[in-house]
Design a protein around this ligand. Structure first.
Ligand SMILES: [Zn+2]
Length: 494
């Protein structure tokens, strides 16, 4: 069965043929580590983790690289707010990221490079781009990629550079000669992280790191480059421009993008207050429920997240889990011999389910259809189980067929979909941890804290100290400590 994949670059379904089978080289853009991972990150991580497991199941030897962006404006701002070194912020959120990934069953990548460990490689790429005439040093010391020098610019996002220029503008203080040009190197402001370079002290722009990581850990052309739909433009377009300007070869042969997560029909954002972190989800649901929700939607479609959907998915998850766990109870029932005159009918359902499961995955990784096929098998298993529980006995033939079905689920839902890892191989039901914890207290987001600090400042100016103190004390109760410094009020988590 040939795997067909939708390639964003060609805009069509293509047969997946790696350049050097059985090896497959995959790179996906990872997280910027300035805050906890949210459900949008979770979706991308689950999709590509599952896809990697599937390729491995097909017999490919996958080398998978996923980065951490550990220096960036958002990290620097967070460090300033908390009066901490930026690396402390990055290290904290990398540690918290690993907790999330372990919960959700996302395997570590084979290489997980960080920007701060690859500055010489990044500088080398920028220097080569300058030498080849694709990049220039602006009067303010920033280095930019000159988009008009790369004739294929726009080929991934299907955008026309001339139309893009019409809508773009140069911000004050930028030294670009063309509004579409993007920064490869930025001169650092006082107090910001900085590295020595041929163009003065500064730090890399965002778009060069992925090219440096791919060249160093995978080579000049990779099989699959993945990421969320929102990265196509400008990030992935800019990666292509830099890499292909240097090598003259395709940077990635297949570009695979997952759809975005919306929350109750709206874009997820901190200001709308609908920002859902993975940690919040785990306090309410077993992480497998999120994994199941993600895989029950085709990876290229939008995923509309809601707590109601989580609740419905939980019911489906429990149905699957129960079917697997009940094998133990069925084995405790008395057995008898049954004359079926042939194989137990459940075997043909298992075979059909597996055929449908793998066919769905081979057609642009339709995990939702693969799951639907598995649910049909579970319905048949439930019929056998219900009858056995009613009669308080089970035929040896039914029990063997039921066990074969559980083994089939182990092969598909556990090994490939990454579900049920705490159930399979079976452990006594009493030891299965139920993660039905109390819901987390409402999480205060940063914008709200900053707003409260502003209101408190206004109250103090009007000498309404009782109101100011009330705000400070209430925040403290929620674990946010305010510190009045000569530079204004700072906050930190207690
Ligand atoms: Zn990237």
């Amino acid at each position: 069965m040939t795997l067909k994949l939708f390639n964003t670059l060609s805009g069509t379904l293509e047969d997946f043929v790696p350049s050097n089978p059985p090896k497959v080289k995959i790179y996906t853009c990872g997280v910027t580590v300035y805050d906890d991972s949210h459900v949008g990150h979770g979706r991308s991580l689950i999709v590509f983790d599952t896809f990697r497991r599937y390729l491995e199941h097909l017999g490919y030897k996958v080398k998978f690289v996923r980065n951490f962006t550990d220096v960036d404006d958002k990290i620097i701002n967070r460090a300033k707010q908390e009066c901490k070194h930026f690396m402390e912020i990055a290290d904290r959120y990398i540690a918290r990221y690993y907790e999330d990934m372990e919960s959700i069953g996302v395997k570590p990548a084979d290489v997980e490079p960080r920007v701060t460990d690859h500055i010489p490689e990044i500088i080398d790429i920028i220097q080569k781009l300058i030498d080849k005439g694709y990049a220039y040093v602006a009067p303010n010391g920033d280095v930019y990629f000159s988009v008009e020098k790369f004739k294929d610019y726009g080929k991934l996002s299907k955008r026309n550079p001339e139309e893009l220029i019409a809508g773009a503008r140069v911000e004050p203080g930028e030294g670009k000669s063309n509004p579409l040009d993007f920064a490869l190197w930025k001169r650092s402001k006082a107090g910001e992280p900085a590295w020595e370079s041929p163009w003065g002290e500064g730090r890399p722009g965002w778009h060069t790191e992925c090219v440096a990581f791919v060249f160093k850990h995978l080579g000049e052309t990779i099989d699959i480059h993945g990421g969320g739909l929102d990265l196509i433009f400008p990030h992935h377009e800019n990666e292509i421009a830099q890499a292909e300007a240097l090598t003259g070869k395709p940077f990635a042969r297949y570009w695979m993008h997952n759809g975005l997560v919306i929350v109750n029909g709206q874009k997820m954002s901190k200001s709308l207050g609908n920002f859902v972190t993975l940690k919040e989800i785990y306090t309410k649901y077993h992480p497998d429920v999120l994994r199941l929700l993600v895989l029950s939607v085709h990876y290229r479609s939008p995923l509309d997240f809601s707590w109601e959907k989580m609740e419905n998915t939980k019911k489906v998850y429990e149905r699957i889990r129960q079917a697997v766990e009940d094998l133990k109870l069925l084995k405790e029932l008395p057995t008898f011999e049954e004359d079926l005159g042939g194989l137990h009918p459940l075997y043909s359902v298992i075979k059909e389910t597996e055929e449908k499961f793998f066919k769905a995955l081979s057609e642009d990784f339709k995990t939702q259809e693969a799951l639907a096929a598995t649910m049909e098998l579970i319905s048949e298993m439930n019929k056998i189980r219900n009858e056995a529980f009613k009669n308080k006995k089970i035929s040896r033939q039914s029990l063997e067929a039921y066990e074969a079905a559980v083994n089939s689920i182990k092969n598909t839902l556990r090994n490939i979909f990454g579900l049920l890892e705490d159930v399979l191989p079976r452990c006594p039901v009493s030891q299965v941890v139920k993660r039905e914890l109390e819901p987390a207290s409402a999480v205060l987001d940063e914008d709200l804290i900053n707003l409260l600090i502003e209101v408190r400042q206004m109250a103090r100016q009007k000498k309404a100290f009782d109101i100011a103190d009330k705000i400070r004390d209430s925040l403290k109760e929620k674990g946010i400590v305010l510190e009045d410094t000569p530079f204004g009020t700072k906050w930190k988590k207690a």
